[in-house]
Ligand binder design. Structure first.
Ligand code: PNS
Length: 163
């Protein structure tokens, strides 16, 4: 059974993430979407438990997709799960350098771990969770950016302040 891991901050999950999840779920037998900690990011909207809950809600129909959380290293998590593939979405050239750097580091930490890049759908190349958080804080319409099942959660959280 081929297991792949799709790691990310997912604060919150966007339509761009969901597009990558659906495509990766078709390519692998089992896909674990793992909420992880990005130490370079500050100013979160949702806590990790909430991010997992939102991801579970939007992926509930995808039978080979699981959602998890880890606050450790991706390489350790992959080893623990018996996974040899990490899936990442690539939006633009600007993503490339840091993503390749992370892929190489992860492979150094666990030599059986490779990263497969999936190009973003052209509809979502501009989209990121950072942009969603910013728009939500100003009350913008989020329907083109996040799955409809979570729009009210994002709006409420943005109105209520940060977690
Ligand atoms: O959605 P993001 O913020 O671009 O995802 C980045 C993430 C969370 C996948 C990355 O920061 C990560 O892998 N964090 C876990 C710790 C780790 O293994 N870091 C890479 C080696 S230093």
């Amino acid at each position: 059974m081929k297991t792949a891991i799709y790691p990310g901050s997912f604060d919150p999950v966007t339509l761009g993430h969901l597009n990558i999840i659906k495509r990766a779920a078709q390519a692998f037998d089992r896909l674990i979407v793992c909420v992880m900690v990005n130490s370079r990011k500050t100013g979160s909207l949702f806590n990790p438990k909430e991010r997992v809950e939102l991801l579970r809600r939007v992926t509930g129909q995808l039978r080979n997709v699981e959602v998890d959380f880890s606050n450790g290293l991706l390489a350790d998590y992959a080893r623990e799960k018996g996974a040899h593939v990490v899936v990442k979405g690539l939006r633009a050239v600007s993503d490339y350098e840091s993503e390749v750097q992370m892929a190489i580091i992860n492979r150094k930490l666990y030599h059986n771990l490779d990263t497969f890049f999936i190009p973003s759908s052209e509809k979502y190349t501009y989209l990121s969770s950072t942009v969603v958080r910013e728009m939500a804080r100003y009350g913008a319409d989020l329907s083109d950016f996040v799955p409809r099942e979570i729009i009210s959660d994002v709006e409420a959280k943005a109105r209520g302040g940060q977690s």
